[in-house]
Design a protein around this ligand. Structure first.
Ligand code: BGC
Length: 413
C-alpha cells in the first residue's frame, strides 16, 4: 500500500532543483603572495558558513585597475556583489546610492562601539553603514634586511630623514641596492606620504593634503619635500621603472636590497617568506614620522542586489569580516592592524604589535591622518592628479619648483 506513495515522494524530490548554494562574487586586488594568503583566511571563514566564494582578482597594487573594472561592471549593469575599496572611493559610490545598507547587521554586532571613529568616517554615509572594514594599514613604514644593513655598517635605526639618507648611502656603497622601489605612480605617492609627514609634520600634512590649503601646498616645505624625493631617487636601482611592489619587497627579502619604503602590506610578503622581525627584517616608521600614522583601511562594500539570497550572502560576508577571531588571523598574515579596537595583539609579531600600538596612540594624540597615496585624504580625481605630478618629478621630467606649482593646480582638479 505504502510503496507507491514512497516512490512518488522520491520521484518528486528528485524533480526539485537542488537548493542553490549562496555565493558572493568578490572583486579585489590582492594578488601578491602575502595578499593571497590573507585572502584565503577570509575565503575559509566565509566557506565555513556555507557561502561560495567567486573570486574576481584584478591585479595592480593600490587598486587603480580594480576601480576601473568596478566602474565598467556597474556601467554594464552587472555590479559585483562585494568589492574591496579604499576611503573616498567608498564614499563616491555611496553618493550614487548603489551600495547596500548594513545597518541591521552593524547594530546587531555593535560595530559603532568597536570600529575606530577614523574608519567609520569612510564606512558610513549619511549615518548608515555601507562598508565593512577589514584592517588598518599604514604607509609611513620602512622595511629593512637586517643582515644587509649589518654588512653595510648600519647599526642603528635612522631617526631623521638625513640619517636615513646617510644609512641608505652606506648600503649603496657596500654594493647593494639601497632602496628597492617599483616605479609606478602609486608607489612613488606612497613614499611621498612619508616624506611629506617627515618634512612638514602632521599639521602641514593635514593642511596641504587633506584640507588642500593653497598656502601650505605652495610653501617652501613642499619644495623641500620634492627635493627630498630627488634624494631618494638617487638611491634606487636603474631597473626600478614599472616594477611591482612585491617584487621590490622580494629584493629586500633576498638580500639584494637594504630598504623598502612601503605600507605594511609589505610585511605580508616577509611573513609569507617566513622572515622574522628582529631576526631577518627590521620595521620602523619613516624617519621623522615617529608618533604619526598615515593610515588606509581596506573595506568591503556591497553593491545593492535585487535577489534576497544574494543580499543574505553579502551580510554573511560582512559578518565574517567583522568577527574578532578572523580580524586577528587575517591581519597577522596581511601585515596590517585589526579594524576593531577590541582585538588582542597576542597573535601578532613585533611589527604587528607596534602597528596596533602606534594606531592606538596616534588616534589618542590626534596624529592619525588619512593616507593621500591610498585614497584617504582626497577624492580619486585629485589623488590621481597628485600621482601624476609626483611621478613626473620623480622621473626627472619636472624640477621641484615646477612640481610645487603643478601640485597646487592639481589640488583644484
Ligand atoms: C591596500 C592593500 C594592498 C596594497 C597593495 C593598498 O592600497 O590597502 O591592502 O595590499 O594596496 O596592493
Amino acid at each position: 500500500m505504502n510503496k507507491p506513495i514512497v516512490t512518488l515522494a522520491i520521484a518528486s524530490a528528485m524533480a526539485l532543483p537542488a537548493a542553490a548554494q549562496q555565493n558572493v562574487e568578490v572583486l579585489h586586488w590582492w594578488t601578491s603572495g602575502g595578499e593571497a594568503a590573507a585572502l584565503n583566511v577570509l575565503k575559509g571563514n566565509l566557506e565555513k558558513q556555507g557561502v561560495k566564494w567567486n573570486d574576481m582578482p584584478v591585479a595592480g597594487g593600490g587598486g587603480e585597475a580594480a576601480m576601473t573594472a568596478v566602474r565598467a561592471r556597474v556601467t554594464a549593469g552587472n555590479p559585483p556583489t562585494a568589492v574591496q575599496m579604499l576611503g573616498f572611493d567608498i564614499q563616491d559610490w555611496a553618493k550614487q546610492g548603489v551600495l547596500a545598507d548594513m545597518n541591521d547587521l552593524a547594530a546587531k554586532e555593535n560595530w559603532d562601539k568597536t570600529v575606530p571613529a577614523a574608519l567609520q568616517k569612510f564606512s558610513k554615509f549619511g549615518g548608515n553603514w555601507i562598508a565593512a572594514p577589514v584592517n588598518i594599514h599604514s604607509t609611513n613604514w620602512i622595511w629593512a634586511n637586517k643582515k644587509v644593513l649589518a654588512k653595510a655598517g648600519v647599526t642603528a635605526e635612522p631617526k631623521t630623514f638625513d640619517e636615513f639618507i646617510a644609512a641608505a648611502e652606506k648600503v649603496q656603497k657596500a654594493g647593494f641596492v639601497a632602496i628597492a622601489h617599483g616605479g609606478q605612480p602609486w608607489q612613488e605617492a606612497t613614499i611621498f606620504d612619508g616624506v611629506a609627514l617627515s618634512t612638514g609634520g602632521v599639521d602641514y600634512y593635514r593642511k596641504a593634503f587633506i584640507e588642500l590649503d593653497a598656502k601650505a601646498l605652495a610653501s617652501p616645505t613642499t619644495l623641500k619635500v620634492f627635493d627630498r624625493m630627488s634624494q631618494i631617487r638617487k638611491l634606487v636601482d636603474k631597473d626600478f621603472s614599472g616594477r611591482d611592489w612585491n617584487v621590490a619587497s622580494g629584493m629586500v627579502i633576498s638580500g639584494k636590497a637594504g630598504f623598502q619604503i612601503m605600507g605594511d602590506w609589505a610585511k605580508g610578503e616577509f611573513v609569507t617568506a617566513k622572515k622574522v622581525p628582529g631576526k631577518d627584517l627590521l620595521c620602523y616608521r619613516f624617519p621623522g614620522t615617529q608618533g604619526v600614522v598615515s593610515f588606509n583601511t581596506d573595506q568591503f562594500a556591497m553593491f545593492k542586489q535585487k535577489d534576497a539570497d544574494k543580499t543574505g550572502a553579502q551580510m554573511k560576508l560582512a559578518s565574517a569580516i567583522m568577527e574578532p577571531g578572523f580580524q586577528s588571523a587575517f591581519n597577522v598574515v596581511k601585515g596590517s592592524a585589526p579594524a576593531r579596537s577590541d582585538v588582542p595583539d597576542t597573535a601578532f609579531d613585533d611589527c604587528g604589535k607596534k602597528a596596533i600600538k602606534d594606531v592606538a596612540e596616534a588616534s589618542k594624540n590626534n596624529t592619525l591622518v588619512g593616507s593621500m597615496a591610498h585614497g584617504h585624504a582626497v577624492p580619486a580625481s585629485i589623488k590621481n592628479a597628485f600621482y601624476d605630478v609626483i611621478t613626473r618629478h620623480f622621473n626627472g621630467q619636472i624640477d621641484s619648483k615646477k612640481a610645487v606649482t603643478e601640485l597646487v593646480s592639481a589640488s583644484k582638479t
